[in-house]
Design a protein around this ligand. Sequence first.
Ligand code: SAM
Length: 232
Amino acid sequence: MSQATWDAVDAYVEDRLLEPDAVLQQALADANAAGLPPIAVTPSQGKQLHLLARSIGARRILEIGTLGGYSTIWLARALPPDGLLVTLEREARYADVAAANIERAGLSAIVDLKVGAALQTLPLLAAERPPPFDLVFIDADKAHTPDYFRWAVQLTRPGAWIVADNVIRDGALVDTEVRTPDVLGNRRLHEIIAGDPAIAARVSATTIQTVGAKGYDGYLLALVLEPDRARG
Ligand SMILES: C[S@@+](CC[C@H](N)C(=O)[O-])C[C@H]1O[C@@H](n2cnc3c(N)ncnc32)[C@H](O)[C@@H]1O
């Protein structure tokens, strides 16, 4: 199998199962024109996040890693008019592009875009004692994914989903020769879920390998459990 096949299959699926969407296409075009890296989720992945949020009737979503707001728009569109999506982005320049894209999508009223390093904005968010989130999408610097995951567990309700993207990285997850901060972060994520009692008792998780227009990668999916429920 080759990247060309994965691209062709993604295109086939998009042609048949996704509606043409001028707002989302313009969001990607503007991010590209502004020089943002082309690392947003694919359309199919965006729709999967959207469907996941809809399937649980999500009213409150937390996203860590906004970029140009592409996944933000997919997720926020799953919310009711009085819902809220809080999205965290470190780069002010990226956040400006995202804000314009979110505005064009008509979602500014339900999206709260916070600029700053997530390890600084998350404690501030937690200090506000917000109602629990129904879904958290972790898609920022992978070295800190385990830290974001801990925050996500703290900030969600039982029954919430936590999705952590890009955890496979061409199989580097299990290649012991690779010790980059991103890969070490993804390994630590799996290790805390497997072995840290405070985390292991609170979630049931799996990781799914994927191929597609963004190559070979995958995501971790965790269900937040009632505090006293044994892990499934
Ligand atoms: C993969 S991109 C996000 C893509 C976006 N979720 C989408 O699919 O459209 C990762 C983003 O995380 C941001 N980021 C990296 N480190 C961060 C940090 N410490 N705090 C907040 N955002 C960070 C990057 O600037 C980048 O915009």
